[in-house]
Design a protein around this ligand. Sequence first.
Ligand SMILES: [Ca+2]
Ligand SMILES: [Ca+2]
Ligand SMILES: [Ca+2]
Ligand SMILES: [Ca+2]
Length: 156
Amino acid sequence: MFQRIALLSPLLALAFLLYSPSAQAQCTQLDQDGDGFLSIACGGADCDDLDALINPIATEVVADGIDSNCDGLELCYADLDADGWGDSNNLVLSSNLSCAGPGIAAVGGDCDDTSQNTHPGAVDIPNNGIDEDCNGYDETAVPTSNGNWGMLKRRY
Ligand SMILES: [Ca+2]
Ligand SMILES: [Ca+2]
Ligand SMILES: [Ca+2]
Ligand SMILES: [Ca+2]
């Protein structure tokens, strides 16, 4: 009987440590990634204590799906025309870390965020003075020497 208790005691102590309701039980190291901020489990504000690039004063990286500065928000591209391409010059904060949802996008490069027909990869209609595919040029159809039409790129 005594032997059974002696065997069980260390197991009970271990179980108590593992399942202790105190957050201190999870606070194993004070600043594991050495970025100067304690983990949340240790009473600090570092939301990822295994990545030194993530802490409360880190610079937020746009649309990488990671909340770098631990404010619960991600920096996304505004997508006002809802074509799936955001305006690289118009950034908005969102609680949706994947930047999926109304008015936001995870990719930038939309050179006209008021037109759904204009974004990278769109069909560029020749000779209309509009750079639909955002490559910096309006496609231009010109007559060639053999009587056919060729395509030039005219800087928009
Ligand atoms: Ca960190
Ligand atoms: Ca980010
Ligand atoms: Ca857009
Ligand atoms: Ca065009």
